[in-house]
Design a protein around this ligand. Structure first.
Ligand code: ADP
Ligand code: MG
Length: 141
């Protein structure tokens, strides 16, 4: 499979625990190379737009409040089979069920405050990258 791009978010729990550097190191060690990166704070409406696919889930309101509760770091990562390899590196949604060596096992707190987000398919990666990055922002590298 060719090199592809995926969207990662270091969530407010992890930024608040000063884990930005440690988590970016995990990406780089796994050859998921940052090609876009920004520190920002979402409004609740912006979080709702990002997570609209979960609109009917019971955790949607709480999730969007959490995601707008503090700064996040949004990254575009590039690499071979990046979407699936990034999901594997993140681990299961619930940190208690995440495998040893995964980011959520190491840094997640609970099923909501689980340190990181990652696109789960080519379709979601396209939507999510476009939600945060414009075509003009991609560096030539
Ligand atoms: P993932 O982030 O692993 O793709 P989902 O897409 O199912 O997981 O859920 C999006 C986010 O919503 C999760 O990362 C987590 O922060 C939160 N979440 C998921 N399930 C629950 C739940 N049962 N209770 C509270 N928050 C949840
Ligand atoms: Mg998901």
């Amino acid at each position: 499979i060719m090199s592809e791009r995926t969207l990662a978010i270091i969530k407010p729990d992890a930024v608040g625990q000063h884990l930005v550097g440690a988590i970016i190191q995990c990406y780089e060690k796994a050859e998921l190379i940052p090609i876009g990166m920004k520190l920002m704070r979402l409004t609740k409406a912006q979080a709702e737009g990002f997570y609209y696919v979960h609109k009917h889930r019971p955790f949607y309101d709480s999730l969007c409040s959490f995601m707008s509760s503090g700064p996040i770091v949004v990254l575009a990562l590039a690499g071979v089979n990046a979407i699936q390899r990034h999901r594997d590196l993140m681990g299961a949604t619930d940190p208690a069920k995440a495998a040893e060596g995964t980011i959520r096992k190491a840094y997640g707190t609970d099923i909501e405050h689980n340190a990181v987000h990652g696109s789960d398919s080519p379709e979601s990666a396209q939507f999510e990258l476009g939600y945060f990055f414009s075509a003009l922002e991609w560096p030539q590298r």
